[in-house]
Ligand binder design. Sequence first.
Ligand code: UD1
Length: 435
Amino acid sequence: MDNFTAGELLEREANLKNSKLVIRGGKRLEGEIYVHGAKNSALPILAGVVLCQGESVLHNCPRLSDADAACRILNCLGCKCSRAGDSVVINSADLINYDVPSDLMREMRSSIVFLGAIIGRMGRCKLSFPGGCELGPRPIDLHLSSLRKMGVDINEEHGFLDCSAEKGLKGAVISLAFPSVGATENIILAAVRAKGHTEIHNAAREPEIVDLASFLNKCGAKIKGAGDGTIYIEGVEKLEGAEHSVIPDRIVTATYMCCAAITRGEVVLKKTDYRQMSAIVPVFEQMGCSVYTYSDDTIYINARKSLKAPGTLRTMVYPGFPTDAQPMMMALASTLTGTTVFVETIFDNRFRHTDELCRLGAKISVEGTVAVVEGVQKLSAAQVHSTDLRGGAALVTAALFAKGVTNISNLYHIDRGYANIEADLRGLGADIMRV
Ligand code: UD1
């Protein structure tokens, strides 16, 4: 088992900052590919481990820089983490800290999800304000107002949040103005060991919420309704550790489907979940791809036909079309006959990848939260850089189609969400290398 030593992780990060992906486009992707576990499930579950007194084993936990950052936070709190392949073992019997260092908070914006878990276990939590990110302002007002309702006293000073629940956390009825994924997770985490009953109305319904609830219930929590608009939680005194397997990553699935389609390829995705793809599969079908499933964990996509633009795509909360799939779908739409209109309703600033796609020859015009993509017959290689995680994946998708050799820099964005994108794509026949 490899332990997470700070030196190794820092060295790995330095390498990531300097490396590039070199892709020669034009190869049709063919074959089988395995989809790794969901980043957005693994992170809140790793936070949830804080609530348990004992050992937890998390399988299918993807080897991503964000998951490493979450393990470093756990180490700082006093947990002992070790990884063997895709399994992480965490002993959270004895916690010694309730504060998260600001460099770790900055590294991973979603570390805010540790707030609910730490306050739930320790009655106190100190962390720095996560601030904005590549996708625009990322407020946490819904997280904070909900926790205040549960009896948390929160001081916001000099960019830090100092939170305490001296009399313990108490259950509350909370209605979210927007079904925020992170806020729903933070409330669940705070509520499982709170005194009494909590209800979350207008809760996020993403599969990752269901996975978090399923892990916590294995640990002894009493959560009902995850995946529906209202979640009910009865607080319990204590949680034990549990063994759990993270669900497949639906955004990685969507990415590899886009890669298959842009190369007009034929690919079988394994260890995925067809049931989570209900807003995405019809878009591929509308383009002219054939998409089948043999069993819930396998998706077959065939794009060996002439494809056409799918019309208008509006990002929505689950089960709508996911904002995280928008950039890769935009890369694909750039190469299809006709016009695609993207309406981004979740984030204010989620079109930063469009400039880089245009450098590759895409024809995209952006007006506020609407992007209009005119399909072109050819993209041409260029030097481009990832603007954010999914923006980087969009560049990889486009580069697979572009004529010539594309260099993509700022890979640390991509490595936050894809465990081994170049090996995966090379296995399907792509000409791709990390240098
Ligand atoms: C999660 C996902 C991210 C995905 C997003 C939307 C993780 C680690 N990240 O992010 O990949 O793109 O869901 O599906 O799971 N908002 C507020 N106030 C708040 C909280 C959110 O105004 O207190 C706004 C945000 O600014 C944003 C929208 O709500 O415009 C969606 O945010 P949210 O659902 O909270 O996304 P995250 O949990 O941050």
